[in-house]
Design a protein. Structure first.
Lengths: 311, 280
């Protein structure tokens, strides 16, 4: 199957600042893919190249098998751009109808399509207002809604939940998951907890370079790691007893401010057996815990991977 | 091709609806109307003055007009058949309208390159279609402003003479056509600079400066090589230099062709810049 996005030795510089360097990516179709990395890692630049806003400095890019500027891509790729305003003084509904018409929809269908996407983000009641009379969150939702107009095969979402409250963030995540059926969505975000829940794979960029691209479960070691948050620092007796279990490969303790133990287990053994064995030790030792989690958090792993790369 | 035309039409209609709401455009249009309001009031008074006063003052004014138009008294007799009001209207519109049209059309793409709005359009529509749709909307806007001025001028003439004639209607149509033709390369110049600069201020400043300087380039050339035979005939090959021929009813085929050549050149260069530029 043709990858949705294929880059070879992709590089881009702005003057002396290197934004992207030697990026080789092959993104599979029908997945939600996260694009993460610290500020200045090159995420927005990569999105801009994929959307045709910027030209690659060196290397090549293919999006759905075409050059990003190809007319073949019109309406097949859409983007939620970061910090790009909709037109002031024009109702968002009219703007969406205009976008839909540009994508080739006839006027009556364009109107229906505008109504549909505005309903999906709970903005139908505000559709006659211009973006200047909407709150930040509403504007963000409106920008998100425009990326769903038509039937794009690839949707690029640059910081879709930045500045949104938790309830709206949850709604946006649910919407993205619904919309992901039969298409590819690439999300750039600093909210890694959200990406961990929503994404199938994650690409990590640092200082313009691609340093990792793997399925989320593989990155966070879901089947190989168990994290248990405790009420106080773990006793030596507890860590010793856990590490003596045959299923356990290693045990690491958290620091004073973050009381927990990170247990790496043999990934070939059934999860439930391992869980029961470890919890048995806790019961024997009469140790109380606050939270048990399978796998490390994506945030921790990204920080770890980024530090390793910098080191 | 059908999709391309459909996109140009969609962009054109959308721009036509949106452009008059831009502050720069609406404020300029108000000033344009005010200028013409004062001008028509002044022209009415002038017409009455010329028609009722045969003193030195009116003679001086006619002398001034002949000097501006560079014509002799025998040509004046032929020329004044259109009436002082229409002659003054023609001079004023041919000398000033393009500056207003430039201000109104200087932001065809610049502000939305700057504020990144184009990011919503580029994945949906071809860049050539966006550029041409907006250029056509700007030309239409200029044409509307010129036509409104012409209609008002015709109305004022009817009021002054208490009658109208086919000649006065034809004179207004002719003047409006030439004013539009005069503005054509400047609107395309605006589209080119707008696509290049990505800034409204730069676009407006460059377009105004070029509109003012381009016609003057020939004056310098003519002054420098005034002894070269036939140098005067080259004047009409510079944009914005056919006012004189039009006012004297000496318009030639080159007066028709030169603006369209410049307009096509500026539009082609502007399109080339727009489809190659980045939208950071």
């Amino acid at each position: 199957m043709t990858p949705v996005v294929e880059t070879q030795n992709l590089g881009k510089a702005f003057g002396t600042t290197v934004a992207l360097e030697g990026v080789n990516l092959e993104l599979p179709s029908n997945q939600i893919i996260g694009l993460v990395g610290p500020n200045g890692a090159g995420k927005t630049t990569l999105f801009s190249i994929l959307s045709g806003f910027l030209k690659p400095g060196i290397g090549s890019v293919r999006v759905l098998g075409h050059s990003p500027l190809s007319p073949q891509l019109q309406g097949r790729v859409s983007i939620l751009p970061q910090d790009a305003p909709l037109r002031r003084g024009v109702s968002i509904r009219k703007q969406f109808e205009f976008f839909a018409k540009l994508q080739g929809l006839p006027p009556e269908t364009a109107s229906e399509e505008a109504e549909k996407v505005l309903t999906e983000v709970d903005l139908l009641e505000k559709s006659v207002e211009g973006p200047d009379s909407l709150s930040h969150g509403m504007r963000k939702r409106a920008s998100l809604a425009q990326s769903f107009i038509g039937n794009p095969e690839l949707i690029l979402l640059d910081e879709p939940t930045a500045g949104l409250d938790p309830v709206t963030t949850q709604k946006v995540r649910e919407l993205v998951l619904r919309k992901a059926e039969g298409r590819t969505i690439i999300i750039s975000s600093h909210n890694l907890a959200e990406l961990q829940e929503a994404c199938d794979s994650v690409a990590i960029l640092n200082l313009g370079k691609l340093i990792d691209f793997r399925p989320v479960s593989e990155i966070i070691g879901r089947s190989k790691t168990m994290i248990i948050r405790l009420e106080g620092p773990p006793e030596d007796q507890l860590t010793k007893a856990v590490s003596e279990l045959p299923e356990v490969v290693s045990v690491t303790c958290g620091d004073q401010g973050n009381p927990r133990i990170i247990i790496r287990v043999d990934g070939s053994i059934d999860d439930s057996e391992v869980d029961l064995a470890i919890l048995g030790v806790f019961k024997d030792q009469k140790v109380r815990y606050r939270e048990i989690r399978r796998g490390e958090s994506l945030e921790e792993k990204v920080v770890q991977i980024t530090k390793q790369d910098a080191g | 091709m059908d999709k391309s035309f459909s996109q140009i039409r969609t962009v054109f209609l959308n721009e036509l609806a949106f452009t008059p709401r831009k502050i720069a455009v609406s404020v300029t249009f108000v000033f344009f109307c005010l200028l013409w309001g004062f001008a028509f009031k002044g022209l009415i008074e002038l017409d009455e003055f010329i028609n009722t006063d045969n003193s030195e003052k009116s003679g001086l004014f006619l002398g001034f007009l002949m000097w501006v138009l560079d014509i002799d008294p025998t040509q004046w007799l032929e020329f004044q058949k259109n009436g002082v009001f229409f002659i003054s209207f023609g001079i004023l519109s041919l000398l000033t309208t393009h500056y207003f049209v430039i201000i109104m059309t200087s932001d065809q793409t610049a502000s939305e390159i700057g504020n990144r709005y184009f990011r919503y359009l580029i994945t949906r529509c071809g860049r050539t279609e966006i550029f041409l749709g907006r250029l056509l909307a700007s030309l239409t806007l200029g044409l509307v402003a010129i036509t409104l001025t012409g209609i008002t001028a015709w109305g004022v003439d009817c009021y002054l003479n208490q009658t109208t004639s086919i000649d006065s209607v034809l004179f207004v149509i002719n003047t409006c056509f030439w004013v539009f033709w005069f503005c054509l390369p400047f609107v395309c110049l605006c589209s080119m600079i707008s696509a290049w600069s990505g800034s409204v201020a730069t676009s407006m400043l460059c377009s105004m400066s070029l509109a003012f300087l381009l016609p003057k380039v020939f004056n310098v050339i003519e002054l420098r090589w005034k002894k070269v035979e036939g140098i005067k005939e080259l004047r009409e090959y510079f944009p914005g230099n056919f006012t004189h021929s039009v006012l004297l009813d000496h318009a030639s085929i080159s007066n028709l062709l030169v603006p369209i050549v410049y307009a096509s050149l500026f539009a082609w260069v502007g399109r080339s810049i727009f489809i190659r530029r980045e939208f950071p």
